[in-house]
Each structure stands twice: as structure tokens, then as C-alpha cells.
Design a protein around this ligand. Structure first.
Ligand code: TPU
Ligand code: MG
Length: 569
């Protein structure tokens, strides 16, 4: 290589440098001929480690999980056949408010004007469709038309993603990844947050005083966008300054410490934990922080709070009758904490109605395994160092019923709700947090969607513990609407993960039919450090939580509302 070649700085190098500068250390990839030069450039960056995935759906979900741990992530795929699969994890990142940078290789810049028909495309020489599709599921989608535009467009897309906590899309034509490019300027131009407008911030805090004036029973309700706005510490400060009850939405479990005396459980309508619904319904003022009221979190619209709310969002605040834009959540909560008057009425009341600790039955070692026993044993292994991933299905309800020790983390994908998410997402998460103990609760149906990614846990020697709850089908769907489509082919799951070992891997596959077998398997999983451990927990097909049945009933009713006529109310 000549000296001038060694010094050549390219579009691919520019992207690599920006990714490293925003704190990305692992990039998730599936190769294809449209992105190979780009992958070489990313590989050459000393701070980036390439992580290969089995397919682009999993790759995008692994990046989604990495963004949960690291704050931002990147997924690099090839044109169309790769990118369109990766749109699913990108949609998840949009719904879950995570800055995932989706990078796709693209056709050679000469091909469109020469009307060439290319492989991996729709075959009609219009290559703009992927960019157009990406616009709908990202906050900013760019395609680099020539190397000179790369710095501006790459910086624009990454900045938009970081500021809005949403995914972005960058398309780099195959013949531009290695094209000469200028070097990047200071990264602060990309990452520096937009401070609150000082007038809006002041006015928003003053409006809180108006909202709370004369209210006797304030409650704080925490939603999943709190963490996305990096405002957990400020929320804690506000809660302690107010002294009131703090409930969390199901997707925000763990965002307020459960060991805190002001924690009153998960507000989830009729399937709430710890009587959180009683105290939320008792409130005369509800401070909603980063909340999402969708059909799932409101139990089919049966639990929409019916008092005038104050909603503090990532970058704005809304009261009954007033709205304040460009108010950053952390600054707002911090400002409010200094202004509010202490009022612990809701805590006094909650302490009267706080449910007594439940009697939890311990199964005998020879007892057939049940859902309750699996959940009881998972509770027993949670420590301050655990991160629990719970998958769509009854695992949501089982996970939400657990108590998190201080420091334990909880991850759930409730807005997007893609079955199979937990396998690649926990893998991506664990790449960033290798020393945390990552535990996954996943159903058999969900596992079948993304099972290949266990092979990456084997390859990179990630000791994730997967509790696969085998109830022989799609039980959550059974509770919403049953049919023969909710039955699935059974697999030998424990054997399957060992097939991923081939000659050099160290996955363990274990089977627990009884309570005693699960105790032994969990002990083995804890000691096994060289790769993942999957424990297949077999339970009866009708063994599900009462919360799933109740919730499923109301979600089914919401789904079944008849179409309204033009003149209906
Ligand atoms: O505990 P359990 O049996 O409910 O969980 P399992 O076995 O994982 O079954 C989940 C069943 C399920 C489906 C088929 N939950 N939601 N769906 C609908 C669905 C379909 N496709 C995707 C990608 N995501 C979905 N949520
Ligand atoms: Mg199942």
C-alpha cells in the first residue's frame, strides 16, 4: 500500500469515526455485496468491534437491545433483501424511543441513470423506494448521492436520532463507501443537546404550581419515556420533594426503584400490582412523566385516567389548558423539584391500603412444574446485577409481578410487541453489559421466531440464561381470540441449542419438568459462563396468569368494537 493510499480517508471512515465518537463500540451486521467495502472501513476503526448476526431481523433487534444498554446503536445491512427485514427492528426502535442508526449499502451511483436492472431490487431501475420506505419509520432518512455530501448528511441523520431518541437511516452506495471524504469536525456539533428554552421552562414550572394548587392527593405516574430522556435521577428528586405515591406503567417497570418507600406498584388497570390502581384512582392530580397510554397499557381502554392530567414528555409539557414546547424533561423535573410543596397524603393513604405480602407456595421437588413455581424461582435468582428481559406473552405478566431488588434492570418491548424480540435484544444488550447477569423469560412461540440468534450467544460466549416457558402454543393469543392457529409444532428446545455448538460452542440445553429439576437447572445456569444456558420449562397448556386472562378479555373487547357510522358519537 502506498503512503497516499494509507492516508486516504473515506466516506466509510467518516461514518466509523462518527459512530465511535457517539460511544458505539459494537456494530451489528449482516454482509451483502452492497455493503462489503463499508464493512471493511468499519472493521478498520480501532474502537469498533463487528458483531455478525444470522439474519437482518435479528440484527436490527440486537441493535435495538444494544441501544437500550448503550444509549445508541448501529445495524449495517445490504440493500432491500437485508434492509427491508431490518425495518422491523427499526420500527421497534421508533416505537420504543431508541436511537438505532440503520445503515444500508445501496446500488452503484451510475446504475439508476443507466437504467440498469440490479439484483436484490424490485427490478425496475427505480432505487429510491427503500429511502422512501425508511422515511416512515425513522426521524431522518438520507441517501448519500456523492461523497462530498456524506459528512453533512451523516451528521444530520445521527444528530436527529440522538436528539429525538428515534432511529435514523443512512444509505451509502456501494461505490461511495471507499470514496475520498473530508475528516469530521468536533463531535459536539452532532451530540450537543438542545437546552430548554429558559422562558418556556420557567413558565412550565410556574404552570405546575397552578395545576397543583388546591389539589390534595397528587400521584406521580412514570412511563417508559422517562429512561429514554435520561431523567430518572431528576424524577427521584421530584418524587422525594413531593413525598407522594409513585406508580409506574408496565413498560416503565424498574424506572423508579421498587425498594423506595414511595413506590406503589404497576398501574395497569385491572391487572395492576400492589393496588397501584386504587391509589391512582384516588388521586386528584396525576403527574404523568413520559407515559404512553395505548390499548395495552390501558387494558383495552378500560384504564384511561379520567382526571385532568399534567403530561411531562421528553421535550414538552402539557397541562389542561396550556402547552410548553422545548422543555427538556430532566430540566423540568429538576426545576419542579425545587418549587413543589411537600404533600404525602397519597402515601399516608397508600400505607393504609398497601396489600399484605402474599403467601407464596413453594412446590415440592417432585411436583410437576407450574407457571407460579417458575416465577417464584426466577424471583429467587434476581440480584442487583440482574437484567430481566420479558417477552410478549404470559412472560409479560409473570415478569411484571416480580419484585426487582435495588439495581436490577427490567427490559420489555410493549409498544412494538414483536414476538421473538427478547432473544436478539438480550444478546445485543449483553454485548454492552457483559458483566451483568442477563435472564430472559420467553414463550415457546416467541422463541421460534428468532431462535437462530442463540447461535450468536454461543459464538461470542455470552452466558445469558434463557427460561423458555413451553406451554405448547400461543397462549396470549388463546386468551384474546382462540383458534387452531394458536397451536404450534413442538421442538426439542434443549437439544436445539446444543446443535448450535457444533465442535466449538458451549451452549447448555436443559429440561425442567419438575420444580426440583428447575432448581438444579438454574444452579447449573449460574455456574455456566462459557455460553448461554436454555432451560425448557414445561408447563400445562392452560396454566397461565389470571392477569393474562383478564387483560386478554378487555383487549379482545377493544379489538372487536364495531365500526362507527358517520353520525355516531
Ligand atoms: O406465554 P405465551 O404462550 O403466550 O407466549 P408464546 O408461546 O411466545 O406465544 C406468543 C403468541 C403471540 C403471537 C402469535 N403473541 N403475539 N402474537 C402476535 C404476533 C405475531 N407476530 C409478531 C412478529 N409479533 C406478534 N406479537
Ligand atoms: Mg407459549
Amino acid at each position: 500500500m502506498s503512503v497516499s493510499q494509507a492516508k486516504k480517508f473515506t466516506v466509510g471512515d467518516y461514518l466509523a469515526e462518527r459512530l465511535a465518537q457517539i460511544g458505539i463500540r459494537h456494530h451489528f451486521v449482516v454482509p451483502g455485496d452492497y455493503n462489503l467495502i463499508l464493512l471493511d472501513k468499519l472493521q478498520a476503526h480501532p474502537q469498533l468491534t463487528e458483531i455478525g448476526c444470522a439474519n437482518e431481523l435479528n440484527c436490527s433487534m440486537a441493535a435495538e437491545g444494544y441501544a437500550r444498554a448503550n444509549g445508541a446503536s448501529v445495524c449495517v445491512v445490504t440493500f432491500s433483501v437485508g434492509a427491508i427485514s431490518a425495518f422491523n427492528g427499526t420500527g421497534s426502535a421508533y416505537a420504543e424511543n431508541l436511537p438505532l442508526i440503520l445503515v444500508s449499502g445501496g446500488p452503484n451511483t451510475n446504475d439508476a441513470s443507466q437504467f440498469h436492472v440490479l439484483h436484490h431490487t424490485l427490478g425496475n431501475s427505480d432505487y429510491t423506494y427503500q429511502l422512501e420506505m425508511a422515511k416512515k419509520i425513522t426521524c431522518c432518512a438520507v441517501a448519500i448521492p456523492r461523497a462530498e455530501e456524506a459528512p453533512r448528511l451523516i451528521d444530520r441523520a445521527i444528530r436527529a436520532a440522538i436528539l429525538s431518541r428515534k432511529p435514523c437511516y443512512i444509505e451509502i452506495p456501494t461505490n461511495l463507501a471507499g470514496a475520498t471524504c473530508v475528516r469530521p469536525g468536533p463531535i459536539s456539533a452532532v451530540t450537543e443537546p438542545i437546552a430548554s428554552d429558559p422562558y418556556a421552562l420557567k413558565a412550565a414550572c410556574a404552570a405546575a404550581a397552578d395545576y397543583l394548587d388546591g389539589k390534595l392527593k397528587p400521584v406521580i405516574l412514570v412511563g417508559p419515556k422517562l429512561r429514554r430522556a435520561s431523567a430518572e435521577k431528576e424524577l427521584l428528586k421530584l418524587a422525594e420533594a413531593m413525598g407522594c405515591a409513585v406508580a409506574v406503567q408496565p413498560a416503565a417497570k424498574g424506572m423508579f426503584p421498587e425498594a423506595h418507600p414511595q413506590y406503589v406498584g404497576t398501574f395497569w388497570g385491572q391487572v395492576s400490582t400492589d393496588a397501584a390502581d386504587s391509589i391512582v384512582h384516588w388521586a386528584d392530580a396525576l403527574i404523568c412523566v413520559g407515559t404512553i397510554f395505548n390499548d395495552y397499557s390501558t387494558v383495552g381502554w378500560t384504564a384511561v385516567p379520567d382526571i385532568p392530567l399534567m403530561a411531562a414528555e421528553i421535550d414538552h409539557v402539557t397541562y389542561p389548558g396550556a402547552h410548553f414546547s422545548r422543555v427538556r424533561l430532566s430540566e423540568f423535573l429538576d426545576g419542579l423539584a425545587k418549587d413543589v410543596t411537600y404533600n404525602n397524603n397519597t402515601m399516608l393513604e397508600y400505607n393504609r391500603l398497601r396489600p399484605d405480602p402474599r403467601q407464596i407456595h413453594t412446590a415440592a421437588p417432585e411436583d410437576a412444574l407450574t407457571r407460579k413455581e417458575v416465577t417464584r424461582q426466577v424471583q429467587g435468582i434476581l440480584t442487583s446485577n440482574s437484567t430481566l428481559f420479558v417477552e410478549t406473552g404470559d412472560s409479560w405478566f409473570n415478569g411484571i409481578g416480580l419484585t426487582l431488588p435495588a439495581g436490577a434492570q427490567f427490559e420489555i418491548e410493549m409498544q412494538w410487541g414483536h414476538i421473538g424480540w427478547s432473544i436478539p435484544a438480550s444478546f445485543g444488550y449483553a454485548m454492552h453489559f457483559p458483566t451483568r447477569r442477563t435472564i430472559v423469560m420467553v414463550g415457546d412461540g416467541s422463541f421460534q421466531v428468532t431462535a437462530q440468534e442463540v447461535s450468536q450467544m454461543v459464538r461470542y460466549k455470552i452466558p445469558i440464561t434463557i427460561l423458555l416457558i413451553n406451554n405448547r402454543g400461543y397462549t396470549i393469543e388463546v386468551e384474546i381470540h382462540d383458534g387452531s392457529y394458536n397451536k404450534i409444532k413442538n421442538w426439542d428446545y434443549a437439544l436445539l441449542v446444543q446443535a448450535f455448538n457444533s465442535t466449538d460452542g458451549h451452549a447448555k440445553g436443559l429440561l425442567a419438568n419438575t420444580a426440583g429439576e428447575l432448581v438444579t437447572a438454574l444452579r447449573e445456569a449460574e455456574e455456566h459462563k462459557g455460553g448461554p444456558t436454555l432451560i425448557e420449562c414445561t408447563i400445562d397448556q392452560d396454566d397461565c396468569s389470571k392477569e393474562l386472562i383478564t387483560w386478554g378479555h378487555f383487549v379482545a373487547s377493544a379489538n372487536a368494537r364495531p365500526p362507527k357510522g358517520r353520525h355516531d358519537e
